[in-house]
Design a protein around this ligand. Structure first.
Ligand SMILES: Cc1ncc(COP(=O)(O)O)c(C=O)c1O
Length: 449
């Protein structure tokens, strides 16, 4: 292909003018690495966007998709069906925590979030509780970019330009603060041992303020990823569950990045021992090879909605490509790969090395906090005076130039490597990150920012 012009494509979540002035193009990928247009190898330190757990170009997934496109390229799941969607839903239901065994398929995490919110509203209404229209999310949460998702989400920059929200929502406080109650807790390995009481404000502030009877659901990521890896304190999610159960509120886990292995279990719900009423998933379910997501729903919620005249849809909701045959083929193949290659065990085995490696960056210049869980870590830099996010962006660019793809929400550098990484791969990634951090520090020392 000749090099295309860059003007027409309005890139998502990207500083377009800056990118188009200095494009960073990747043209192929295999295993852990991308290849750039100028032939350099770049390690995929973020599994794409938290997607490619099994590594790029997995032959079993590619073969399954090729077979599928030659057999059935498209069929909708509106009133007709095709076996792939049923097979995938059945497999996922069998892997989910007990009681959650109905699966609504969509194409992305954002759609999964809006779908779950609509199911929560419809569920309340079907029970004669149509006044339950308020959602409780959490500050610094990311639930995608639909109007439902940005309403319950808590990343200010994703809301500001859009009138903030359409749905009624209020928010718990984030589970992380580098200076908690005045006590520095910047470098924490795994779940912080204290802080479970942060969940209590669901009851003492939000339910007290809004009344439980007006709340449709509470939605949280088991750990907040996109905002820079904020790990919940031990016992926090258990407390949220207890409060939701006590007050009859639905609890939704957004497992778009934790689902399908990132924490060494199929779902974070299992890794952390807390069962919600719905689970959102996307990303790793297809290893990123096709757009695919969904909502796993408790039998109770599903059955509550299975009412009304038999000739009418029980839920007036769905997307043209919900359960697309190619996406389902990719999903089914990925589930095989997770099992055949024991990827959950690989994540569990690699996690301690990953933790040691990322925490070795504590002495890198300007690093003020490091958090990690499973195969995810956030390495936070002190912001440049008056320019939050600038050092993160510079470090992300420098990392790419040193051969590592990372992401930088604000001034935090995120690592979320593929599950197939070896300890030596992790060391290479961490080494690239250190050089990028040193580069930014040298830049800051050399010139006023
Ligand atoms: C927790 C979480 N929820 C939802 C989404 C949105 O997913 P998508 O970009 O597929 O719409 C993301 C994306 O990063 C996410 O991390």
């Amino acid at each position: 292909m000749t090099s295309p012009g860059l003007d027409a494509f309005w890139m998502p979540f990207t500083p377009n003018r800056q990118f188009k002035a200095t494009p960073r193009m990747v043209v192929s990928a295999q295993g852990l690495s991308y290849r750039t247009a100028d032939g350099r190898e770049v390690l995929d330190g973020t599994s794409g966007l938290w997607c490619v757990g099994a590594g790029h170009g997995h032959p079993k997934i590619a073969e399954a998709m090729k077979r599928q496109i030659d057999t059935l390229d498209f069929a909708s799941n509106f009133q007709v069906g095709h076996p792939g969607a049923f097979a995938l839903a059945e497999r996922i239901a069998a892997l989910a925590p007990p009681g959650l065994d109905r699966v609504f398929l969509v194409n992305s995490g954002s759609e999964a979030c809006d779908t779950a919110m609509k199911i929560a509203l419809a569920h309340a209404r079907a029970r004669g509780e149509g006044q339950r229209t308020l959602f409780i999310g959490r500050e610094r949460a990311f639930h995608g970019v639909g109007f439902g998702g940005i309403s319950v989400g808590g990343m200010q920059n994703n809301r500001r330009a859009f009138g903030s929200t359409l749905m009624r929502a209020d928010h718990l406080q984030a589970t992380w603060d580098n200076r908690w109650n005045g006590t520095p807790r910047a470098f924490v390995r795994g779940q912080p041992p204290t802080g479970a009481e942060l969940a209590d404000e669901l009851e003492t502030r939000l339910i007290a303020l809004h009344d439980a009877g007006n709340i449709a659901a509470v939605i949280v990521e088991p750990f907040a990823g996109s905002t820079g890896v904020l790990v919940p304190p031990v016992g926090y999610l258990q407390r949220l569950r207890e409060i939701c159960t006590r007050h009859g509120l639905l609890l939704i886990f957004d497992e778009v990045i934790t689902g399908f292995g990132r924490m060494g279990a199929m779902f974070a719900a299992q890794a952390l021992g807390v069962v919600p009423d719905m689970i959102l998933f996307a990303k790793t379910v297809s290893n990123g090879a096709a757009p695919l997501g969904g909502v796993i729903v408790s039998r109770e919620i599903h059955d509550t909605l299975m009412h009304g005249p038999a000739h009418l849809s029980e839920l007036m909701h769905g997307y043209t490509c919900s359960g697309h045959p190619l996406a389902c083929a990719a999903g089914l193949a990925m589930l095989d790969v997770i099992e055949d290659e024991a990827l959950l065990a690989r994540v569990r085995d690699l996690a301690p090395h990953f933790e040691r490696a990322v925490h070795s960056l504590a002495d890198a210049p300007g690093v003020v906090s490091i958090r990690n869980i499973g195969l995810a870590a956030g390495v936070e830099l002190a912001p440049a005076p008056g320019a939050p996010g600038r050092r993160g962006a510079s470090a992300q660019a420098a990392a790419f130039d040193h051969g590592l793809l990372t992401r930088a929400p604000g001034d935090t550098l995120v690592l979320a490597p593929p599950f197939i990484s070896t300890p030596a791969d992790i060391d290479r990634m961490v080494d690239c990150l250190r050089r990028a951090i040193e580069h930014v520090a040298a830049e800051a020392a050399g010139a006023p920012e």
